[in-house]
Each structure stands twice: as structure tokens, then as C-alpha cells.
Design a binder for this molecule. Structure first.
Ligand code: SAH
Length: 218
């Protein structure tokens, strides 16, 4: 069961979480405000009611996780989100990251490859507060050609290589934030698509994500 009450205690825990993330180096005010406003415990089973505000990843079923808040904040900060930007997210999972981006003013197109997780979000009442998020069941490696081009792409699963179709679906000057690597640990990268069709790569810290898997799962 999901919790439905957001109490002062939850808000207090959320403020502490924001302090923790700020101390770890997140400076983007829009990111910090989004995290302070979103009831993360709603995205988890009620068994995690208070744990939800620890800076940790937690299971959401189907061997997947809701990313650690610091990781969500880190990727969101690298994206340099501006109001009304079109952002493609690969790996909807709990939909928490999508809600952070929507709260920052983006129009979010999010894809999940697992039918069960996609269906869970259809039943999740709280998401009705985010009309700027569109949910898709599909393979993130294919992206969403019908809705392209995007200002930004965020990958929230470990990608062994940079998915070329997603670079194609980026606007010129657009950016992709992606944890790159086939092993246990990945390197956070920011890829900017340049005028002449080439890309510029920036390298950031190491993180550990669940793998980005090819194809849909029913
Ligand atoms: N952004 C999520 C993190 C979820 S973990 C959140 O905020 O909770 C990564 C998710 O990516 C998992 O749900 C997994 O099923 C999904 N995934 C992995 N490979 C994928 C692919 N090729 N296309 C779409 N989703 C994928």
C-alpha cells in the first residue's frame, strides 16, 4: 500500500534530506526546491514511510529501485533544466525523477520498459498533480521519434554505450545526462550535441545504476 498523508513530520524529514544533499554539493535552487516539495514516501510502500527520507535507493519491485535522492539531484542539476523544455527520460521506475523535472518546469516524456512498473504508475493517484508528464511503455533505446526533438535526455539506468537513436532525437545544442558503463559502477557523462552533428563529452562522478536493458518486458 502507498501512504497518502503528508504530515509535518514528513516535511521536517524532507528539509533534513535537502540539507544533506546541499552539503554533498548540490547548488541548483530549483532542484533543492523540487526535492523539498515532493513527498518521496508517496513513491514507496508504506513500510518505507520514514526511511523514504534517507539519502538511499530503495526497491520498487521487479528488481528495480527508486534512485538515491542525491543521484536524482545530481542528474537534474547537470541537465540545467529551463521552464517548458522538452525532456525525454529513460527509465520511469517510481516516477520520482520525472516529478522532480516536472516541478522544475519541464515537459517530461518518460519511458519504462517493464509493463508492471508502467501499470503501477497508471494507478498512482498523486501523479495526476503532474499533467506535464507523459508516460510511455517502450524501449528507451528507441526513444520517442514521434515526439522528438528534445531539449534534453536523461537516462536513469546504466547504459553500456551512448544510445545513438537518442542523440538523433536531441536538438542541436541539446544535452544528454547518462551513467555510462557496462560494469557495477558507471561514469556520469553529459553529452552536448553540436552544430556540425558531433558531440562534446563531459565527465563527472561515479554512480551505480541498475542496467539499461534492450527491449520491452511484458
Ligand atoms: N527514474 C527512476 C529510476 C528507476 S531505476 C526513478 O526515479 O525511480 C531504472 C528504471 O529503468 C527501471 O525501472 C528499469 O525497468 C528501467 N529501464 C531499464 N532499461 C530500460 C529501457 N531500455 N527502456 C526503458 N526503461 C528501462
Amino acid at each position: 500500500m502507498r501512504p497518502i498523508e503528508d504530515t509535518y513530520r514528513h516535511k521536517g524529514l524532507r528539509n533534513k534530506l535537502v540539507d544533506t544533499i546541499r552539503e554533498k554539493g548540490i547548488t541548483d535552487q530549483k532542484v533543492l526546491q523540487a526535492i523539498s516539495g515532493i513527498p518521496r514516501h508517496f513513491f514507496l510502500d508504506s513500510a518505507f514511510d520514514e526511511l523514504a527520507y534517507e539519502d538511499r535507493a530503495f526497491p520498487i519491485g521487479e528488481e528495480q529501485t527508486i534512485s538515491q535522492p542525491y543521484t536524482v539531484a545530481y542528474q537534474s542539476q547537470l541537465l540545467e533544466v529551463k521552464p517548458f523544455e522538452k525532456i525525454l527520460e529513460v527509465g520511469t521506475g517510481s516516477a520520482y525523477q520525472a516529478c522532480v523535472l516536472a516541478t522544475m518546469g519541464a515537459q517530461v516524456f518518460t519511458i519504462e520498459r517493464q509493463r508492471k512498473l508502467f501499470d503501477n504508475n497508471k494507478q498512482f493517484q498523486h501523479l495526476q498533480k503532474y499533467p506535464s508528464i507523459k508516460f510511455f511503455y517502450g524501449d528507451g533505446y528507441e526513444g520517442l521519434p514521434t515526439f522528438a526533438p528534445f531539449d534534453k535526455v536523461i537516462i536513469t539506468a546504466a547504459a553500456p554505450t551512448i544510445p545513438s537513436k537518442l542523440i538523433d532525437q536531441l536538438k542541436t545544442g541539446g544535452m544528454m545526462v547518462i551513467p555510462l558503463g557496462a560494469g557495477e559502477v558507471q561514469q556520469m557523462m553529459r553529452i552536448t550535441k553540436l552544430e556540425n552533428g558531433t558531440v562534446q563529452e563531459e565527465v563527472f562522478d561515479h554512480f551505480s545504476f541498475v542496467p539499461m536493458v534492450v527491449g520491452k518486458k511484458n
